[in-house]
Design a protein around this ligand. Structure first.
Ligand code: AMP
Ligand code: MG
Length: 472
């Protein structure tokens, strides 16, 4: 059959200034690594037995109805404003309205240079493509709002990084690719008509109930602070939370040097380019507010009384800090089986985290061990743990179902950094078994399937990954 994607491309109907028309660049020898059939079905895609599937998702052939474009945006990268970024190595093929009535973007990443590529080659190598595929799908299975992975293909071409590496293309699905940086680019240019058009488009697509810039800012703050609290409850470190990697939809986007905590430490960072720990594990809670303040700044020109708007927006950002704290407490309390946290519970949570930090306890396995009743084995200071344990038991005596709450709040398995690295090394050699096995194991992260026990153990010293590298 012929692949059919029921495109309805609204972004491409916006004025030209929002994007550059850009076809993906054909590749030498496309071959499919993975295709996410359940996601395709959700998107209303049919004809997936089309023999051209690899060519279509590597960008060599264009599916009917696509209007490929590279989107324009700006962004603060590590705090420095870059007035023009944009999709340098990605094209939006178009959008579909999925079987749930939700508009979703379908984007190729690594599909060749665009007018926004600057000095980049527009390509991606296999490692970051497989990392994003596995980690974004794992995040989805963990319950975290995220972009999805529809396909991964090898290009049959080499890309030159520090050495020649196999090239690949990721097909990414997002509820949109509108970023804080998309607002910033038009605000910085003082192109307020276009900024207003973007606001109207975003409001219509994501926030139909939000009628003013203040309403929308509050809604975005709500989603983004909840998102970051969710990340933290799973030990996730995004690694490069620049404003161009921060969505208006509240989905996690752009899995570059991301990583999950092994041993717990609030200052942990992996990214080799994050020299000062701007995006370290616990710093994410502050940085999301900083990013939201940049969005607020970009929205001010859309208001009639700008002084009043600045005051109102400042209050919204302050309120977002409270939301984040409350959501953090709610998520971590749930990890302890507490369904309705009281403010004092922050102490109980903090004391356990301190014990974990002092003994370099594995984040995921320690919380999961609370479910199994073996957490004592994970903590170096056993006496201190026993004292904490008594307080905890006392706290949850009246909880109706602490066990069930803990079991769905503490995953048994996360995409461990050393397993991801192992997978990438194997796939570079042409062996994708580990990629598929990781995908299968991570599809049910709250279950302790015996056949995946090896994927749940914390890394040994030799296995431990200490640095991750940018997606490029
Ligand atoms: P990222 O760090 O992946 O979010 O990318 C930051 C910016 O660099 C975006 O504008 C990307 O499109 C651009 N970029 C990253 N890698 C490449 C590449 N290989 N070729 C062209 N542009 C790139
Ligand atoms: Mg990015």
């Amino acid at each position: 059959m012929t692949l059919h994607i029921p495109f309805d491309n609204s972004y491409a109907r916006l004025p030209q200034g929002f994007f550059a028309p850009q076809r993906p660049t054909p590749v030498k020898a496309p071959s499919l690594i993975a295709f996410n059939a359940p996601l395709a079905a959700e998107l209303g895609i049919t004809g997936t037995d089309d023999p051209r599937l690899a060519a279509l998702f590597a960008g060599t052939a264009l599916p009917e109805g696509a209007t490929p474009i590279a989107q324009l945006y700006a962004g603060h990268q590590f705090g420095n404003f870059n007035p023009q970024l944009g999709d340098g190595r990605a094209v939006l093929l178009g959008e579909v309205v999925d079987t749930n009535g939700i508009r979703r973007d379908i984007q190729l990443k690594g599909s060749g240079p665009t007018p926004f590529a600057r000095r980049g080659d527009g390509r991606a190598w296999l490692g970051p493509v497989l990392r994003e595929y596995v980690v974004s799908e794992a995040m989805h299975a963990l319950g975290v709002p995220t972009t999805r992975a529809l396909a991964a293909t090898r290009t049959g071409e080499e890309v030159i990084r520090d050495r020649p590496l196999p090239g690949a293309v990721l097909t990414r699905v997002a509820s949109s690719h509108i970023r804080v940086g998309t607002f910033q680019v038009f605000a910085a240019r003082r192109d307020y008509d276009t900024l207003q058009t973007l606001f109207d488009y975003t409001q219509g697509r994501h926030y139909p109930e939000a009628h003013t810039p203040a309403d929308m800012l509050a809604e975005v703050c709500d989603r983004q602070t909840r998102l970051v609290a969710h990340w933290m409850s799973l030990g996730f470190i995004h690694g490069v939370m620049n404003t161009d990697n921060c969505t208006l939809s509240g989905e996690t986007i752009d899995y570059g040097p991301c990583a999950f905590l092994d041993a717990y430490h609030p200052d942990k960072r992996f990214s080799s380019i994050d020299r000062f720990g701007r995006y370290a594990y616990a710093a994410q809670a502050d940085i999301i507010l900083w990013n939201m303040a940049q969005l607020a700044t970009a929205l001010v020109p859309l208001t009639d009384d700008q002084d009043k708007a600045v005051t109102a927006f400042t209050e919204i950002i302050h309120a977002a800090a409270d939301t984040l704290r409350a959501e953090w407490t709610r998520r971590f309390a749930a990890k302890l089986g507490i369904s309705e946290p009281a403010p004092e519970d922050a102490q109980l949570i903090g004391d356990l985290l301190m014990l974990m930090q002092n003994g370099a306890s594995d984040f995921t396995n320690t919380f999961r061990a609370l479910v199994d009743g073996t957490a004592r084995d994970q903590i170096a200071d056993r006496d201190a743990f026993d004292a904490w344990h008594a307080r905890w038991q006392e706290r949850i005596t009246d909880e109706p179902e602490p066990q069930a709450l803990m079991a769905r709040s503490n995953p048994a398995i996360i995409p461990r950094n050393h397993r991801i690295e192992e997978m990438i090394a194997a796939s570079v050699q042409g062996d994708d078994d580990l990629f598929h096995r990781l995908g299968a194991a991570l599809a049910n992260p709250y279950e302790s399937a015996p056949e995946f026990a090896d994927l749940r153990t914390a890394p040994t010293r030799d296995q431990e990954v200490t640095a991750t590298f940018c997606g490029t």
